[in-house]
Ligand binder design. Structure first.
Ligand code: ADP
Length: 450
């Protein structure tokens, strides 16, 4: 059993994990960089270790120091959270080698899904629908152009090691291919130290719909419904909701069954997310599987009543899932707005500084996952997401009304933030009607400058 757990992360997700651990009677150990020494996750954990400098390569990606901290503090498990080392197969392997439990899937599963072009090929072979594209990575411009010609423009050039929308470029025609190819490659190299890219047909005006799965070590796999994450800026999610207004009951069942099949196919265990792009004619295509907990997991928690971090810990403790697919009771509607410290009107430029005043919303069906407190100094080194506002209502309209009211209450002074921008989205007729695709935010930006 897990008695003491180290959280290899920071910010709101570290706080989120610590909260569930406390409820489960598990002691917690935080890690931090010098600039994070007064962070909420450090204050809430039972113990905390500084694991290196402020740069992420020196601390939050420092496998050696993180594992040493776990051993020194007598932890028997590590939760990697989101980002950082959460999808690093070497880390998962090392954690295990040192006799600790990794809260996540096996290193082999992480590897299989980490290379996105290989993952797609594996899924295609297993009969899962995937976006038409190259078989594996493309080796040079000429090969890329040949495949692009075959699948037809516009095409998307994607980093095989991709994540967070980086290393992804559209080529609308052959004369634009070379430029997009090298831009994608350079961005991939800078972000992932791996410049391999593959090709996919660009699905026009798609929705991004993903399924949460849970799999235990005994072959039991369930899905916890979908999340519609189509409100994105530059392929990064801004608003997520569950259920998706776009799916019929039948489509939900088909896609959910396929998500379970994806997990089964690679012998998956723990929590994971199977992502699809869905075209306007309702065809759906697997794009990738994230082998970790996701930022947007709370919307699923609110509509199912299932604590996903608790499930992750139970599964990693070798416990069997204590419910079956038919036991999952989907109820109501949940929406999450990501709250980012950024200036919407200056090209979403990240903002750092001291939170001079803070007022968090509350009331029935309102949840705010954040590590902010009044006087907290947001450092310039890390992600600009500073919180997540999640609401639950009986219907989608109830949830939208609750989100508007909660955004009105939320005050974060001292740093630029996107509260007002989220407020605009919640009032947009297309969002209210559920009539949107992944181009929604770009279109909204155009409306705003007119
Ligand atoms: P990352 O891992 O960088 O987040 P994904 O493959 O998950 O990359 O894609 C991120 C987003 O990019 C998707 O949510 C979708 O909006 C868009 N996207 C990805 N593949 C396609 C495609 N073939 N056609 C259209 N949009 C796509």
């Amino acid at each position: 059993m897990i008695k003491k757990l180290l959280i290899a992360n920071r910010g709101e997700i570290a706080v989120r994990i610590i909260r569930t651990c406390k409820e489960m009677g598990i002691e917690t150990v935080a890690v931090y960089s010098p600039i994070d020494k007064d962070s909420l996750h450090v204050q809430l954990a039972d113990e905390a270790f500084c694991v290196g400098g402020n740069k992420i390569s020196e601390s939050y990606l420092n496998m050696h120091n993180i594992i040493s901290a776990a051993i020194l503090s007598k932890c028997n498990a590590i939760h990697p959270g989101i980002g950082f080392l959460s999808e690093n197969a070497d880390f998962a392997r090392k954690v295990k080698e040192y006799g600790l439990i990794f809260i996540g899937p096996s290193a082999e599963c992480i590897e299989k899904m980490g290379n996105k072009s290989m993952a797609k090929d594996t899924m295609k072979e297993a009969g899962i629908p995937v976006v038409p594209g190259s078989c594996g990575i493309i080796n040079d411009v000429e090969e890329g152009k040949k495949i692009a010609y075959e699948i037809g423009y516009p095409v998307l050039i994607k980093a095989s090691a991709g994540g967070g929308g980086r290393g992804m470029r559209i080529a609308n025609s052959e004369d634009k291919f070379e430029e997009s190819y090298y831009t994608a490659k350079n961005e991939a190299k800078a972000a992932f130290l791996d410049d391999s890219v593959y090709l996919e047909k660009l699905i026009l005006n798609p929705r991004h719909i993903e399924f949460q799965v849970l799999a235990d070590n005994y072959g039991n796999i369930v899905h916890l419904g979908e999340r519609d994450c189509s409100i994105q800026r530059r392929n990064q999610k801004l608003v997520e909701e569950s259920p998706s207004v776009f799916l019929t009951k039948e489509k939900r069942k088909t896609m959910g069954d396929i998500a379970v099949l994806v997990a089964k196919n690679i012998g998956y265990s723990n929590a994971g997310t199977v992502e699809f792009v869905v075209s306007q004619d309702c065809s759906f295509y697997f794009i990738e599987m994230n082998t970790r907990i996701q930022v947007e997991h709370p919307v699923t928690e609110l509509v199912t009543g299932i604590d996903l971090i608790k499930q992750q810990i139970r599964i990693a403790s070798n416990l069997e899932l204590n419910f079956k697919q038919d036991d999952i009771n989907f109820k109501g509607h949940a929406i999450e707005c990501r709250i980012n410290a950024e200036n919407t009107y200056d090209n979403f430029k990240p903002s750092a500084g001291t939170v001079t005043s803070l007022l968090l919303p509350g009331g029935f069906g309102v949840r705010m996952d954040t590590a902010l407190y009044q006087g907290y100094k947001i450092p310039p080194f890390y992600d600009s997401m500073i919180g997540k506002l999640i609401v639950y209502g009986n219907t989608r309209l109830d949830a939208i009304r609750k989100m508007r009211r909660s955004l009105e209450e939320l005050i974060i002074d001292g740093v630029d933030n996107n509260i007002e921008f989220q407020y605009l989205i919640m009032h947009h007729p297309k969002f209210i009607r559920g009539n949107f695709d992944t181009g929604f935010v770009d279109n909204l930006m155009e409306e705003l400058v007119q």
